[in-house]
Each structure stands twice: as C-alpha cells, then as structure tokens.
Design a protein around this ligand. Structure first.
Ligand code: URA
Length: 431
C-alpha cells in the first residue's frame, strides 16, 4: 500500500477502506509517513468529507494507535461524559458526584484547558494536594469503592490523535466534522465507558457555530459510538453566554459546590440534572428519565451528592479549604453598566479570553495558571440592569487590568426592550 494512492483516492472523492485508514494512522504514528503527505490527506478529508463508515474506521485506527483503559474490573455499567468545550463549563464537577450518588459508576479521564476554555483537571487542582495521576488500579479501585473518579488523561491513550490535532491546527483542517468526531470518539472509546453523554456546544464561544453543524457532528459521534456497541446521547447546548456565573478555576469550583448544595445557577443545575438523568436511565438504574431526574434532584436536596463530592476530593488526597479563604485575589473589581437596559447577549468567547488574560487559562500549553483569578457574572441574558449596576466582578492578581475590564464591558450587549432568557438545551440526539 502507498500513501500517495490513498491521498489520490480521497482527492477523487472515493471512500477509503478500513485497511487504508489503518495503514495511514499506523504509518504516521510510527514516523514512516511524513507530515506533508498527512497534511494533504487531511485537506482532502476536510474538502470531501467521509461516510459514517469511514469515520468509524478512522476512529478505530486512532483508538488502536495506543492503549485503552481496561475498566472490566469495575462492576456494573460505566458512564462517561464529554463536552466540546465551553466557557464556565464546570459540568463534570457537578455531574460526576451527582450521578455517582444515584449508584452510577462514573469513570472519567479529563484534560487541561487551553485557550479560552478551561479544563476539569485544572479546576480540580484548585484543591491543595489533589492527585490527578491515578494508576489504572487505583482508578478502578476508587470507582468500585465510591462510584466516582476523575483523573488526568495520559499520553498513552490515542497518541495518533495528538499528532493529528497538532498538524490540523497548522493546516486549516480543524473544523472538519469527521476529523472532530473521530478525534473525540477515539479518546472516549479508549476510556472504556459503556454509556456516554456528549455535550456539543454551539455559539460564539464554541467550535460549532450553527445548529446544522452541531447536529451533523452529534449524529456522527452517536453513530460511531453505536458502531462500537456503546450507548451515546448527544446534547446540543447553547454557549451564547457562559454557563453559570463563574469563569476561572476556584471560582468555578465554588459554584459547582453551591450547585451540589441546591444553590447553584439555574442553567448549570438544569444541564447537570438533564445529562445525569440520561446516564442514570441508560445505566439501567431507573425505570424512566423522569424517575432519574427526581432521584438526582432529591440527592441534591439531601446533600448526598455534595457529600460524595467531598469524599471524591479526599479520596484523591485533596483538602477542602474553608470557603472564606479559598479564593485569594488581591483585587475584586466591578464592571458596571453604562446605561439601563436588558442583557441581550454576553459574548462567551470574550469573557473566556478575559479570564485567560487574567491568568485563569493558558495561551500556550506551558503557561502556568493562577487558580484564584477569573470573572463572576452578576447578570445573565434576559436580566434587567440599571445604570452603574455591576454586570460582572473581576478577580485579579495583577494591577494592569484596564483593557480586560473594557473587554468585559463590551462583551455585554444591552437592549432597551425586554429579552427572553436564553434556551440552554437545543436538541437531544440519540440513535
Ligand atoms: N476536541 C477534540 O478532542 N478534537 C477535535 O478535533 C476538536 C475538539
């Protein structure tokens, strides 16, 4: 087999076989196929697309490039969740202990944040001592013992994805639906769960800008998952404003803890209960989605889910500081409205970038983050706001933040007319 024949075949719009996609991924990972040939094939895929079957073959080839997590020693059905990345997206922190409190085995590997979206592992490292590097045995033992573990993703899972993503990033081939779907699903499948929920974000702060693109990506990921015998549900959710109020590591952790105590923002609570109800139901632990939802709401009210969150942090050697001393920011500055009105839009991307510039996120993967800084919104879409009322509060550990404050100010669009609340869950896609 020759790489040039595979490139020409895709260029001429013919579907590739499992053997051809396997040859390409195996050869590239082993260093036998050069970047320039892979770049050319990626562009042909970007331009000509892939059938569902080809995308499943590509996923399998990427999955086979590395190790898979063996969760067979965990009793019962294992569940996992993935988000395509949003601003203020602390869903995993709430969802993991929430579904685990209903008896579901939640076994998740998470990543660090890059750019304007945060990563769950960075957020969990807000707890002093928290251990994200669990061995396979420790991970499995913890899930068997307390139903939940969230650990850092190792480089051994789907290594071809890392290589491909770096090349896509510099060759204009990131926004290809089959390439995104195979990238995400190879990692999810390598992590071993039987039941998976996918949170596909749309809007300014997200990869997918339109509902049509999000629908196509969701359908393909569900189809790939099903072809591997996994139960996959995709939720298309809005990222036209940040999720909840808090953006920044410790600030988000605090909000997640409040949510687990029944005092969280409505959008975050609704999303976690909804995603969670599908996990509980598809894991076979409730007779209906409604029963699952009721159970999760009860576990929030009774603090059962919050207690399990604390147990998880302690099981992974984290300590939970007192709430009053948790966030250590030198400055807390209000960004105030310049006129009366209703909040029409909050540019999630701009808020995410502002938090990153404060030090909450990384511009490059070697940047060190400050867990204490970020932005807490005081108003959400649909809220009424008076002149000089705070739109948001900025938590900063540096003095020179004038430009960041202005960026946050302009991220808010105000309207003279009443504005409806934003819809959070646009669609649910299953097989
Ligand atoms: N997230 C991924 O993991 N891969 C992509 O290609 C895009 C988003």
């Amino acid at each position: 087999m020759r790489m040039i024949d595979i490139i020409e075949k895709k260029r001429d719009k013919h579907p590739l076989t499992q053997e051809e996609l396997g040859f390409f991924i195996e050869g590239y990972t082993a260093g036998r196929i050069p970047d320039y040939q892979v770049s050319s094939l990626l562009m042909a895929i970007y331009l000509n697309g892939m059938t569902d079957e080809e995308a499943a073959f590509l996923t399998k080839a990427i999955l086979d490039s590395g190790e898979t997590l063996d969760l067979s020693a965990i009793e019962g059905i294992k569940v996992d969740k993935h988000s395509t990345g949003g601003v203020g997206d602390k869903t995993t922190l709430v969802l993991a202990p929430l579904v685990a409190s209903a008896g579901v085995k939640f076994a998740k590997l998470s990543g660090r944040g890059l750019g304007h979206t945060g990563g769950t592992i960075d957020k969990l490292e807000s707890f002093p001592g928290f251990n994200v590097s669990l061995t396979n045995d420790a991970f499995v033992a913890q899930v068997n013992q307390i139903n939940v573990a969230v650990a850092g993703q190792t480089a051994k899972l789907a290594p071809a994805d890392k290589l491909l993503y770096a090349l896509r990033d510099v060759t204009g081939t990131v926004p290809s639906i089959p390439l995104i779907a195979s990238s995400i699903m190879s990692k999810k499948l390598a992590s071993g769960a039987d039941v998976i929920v996918l949170d596909v974000k749309i809007g300014q702060g997200a990869f997918m800008k339109t509902i049509e693109e999000a629908r196509a990506l969701s359908r393909l990921m569900v189809s790939i998952g099903e072809s591997f015998g996994r139960k996959v549900t995709a939720f298309i959710t809005n990222m036209d404003e940040p999720l909840g109020f808090a953006v920044g590591n410790k600030l988000e952790v605090l909000e997640a803890m409040q949510t687990l105590q029944g005092q969280g923002p409505k959008d975050l609570t609704d999303l976690c209960v909804e995603l969670g109800s599908y996990l509980v139901y598809h894991a076979g632990l409730s007779a209906s989605l409604k029963e699952a939802r009721d159970q999760l709401l009860e576990n929030i009210q009774s603090l059962k889910a919050y207690d399990l969150f604390k147990t998880m942090i302690e099981a992974q050697q984290g300590t939970i500081p007192k709430r009053e001393t948790f966030v250590q920011a030198e400055h807390v500055v209000a960004v105030k409205a310049e006129r009366d009105g209703y909040v029409e839009k909050i540019d999630a991307l701009a808020i995410g970038l502002a938090a990153m510039k404060l030090g909450a996120g990384r511009a490059t993967k070697d940047d060190v983050i400050d867990h204490n800084v970020g932005v807490v919104l005081n108003k959400k879409v649909g809220d009424v706001v008076g002149e000089q009322e705070p739109l948001a509060f900025v938590y900063a550990n540096k003095d020179d933040i004038g430009e960041i404050l202005r960026d946050i100010q302009t991220a808010f669009s105000l309207s003279a007319d009443a504005v409806p609340k934003a819809t959070l869950i646009e669609e649910v896609i299953e097989h």
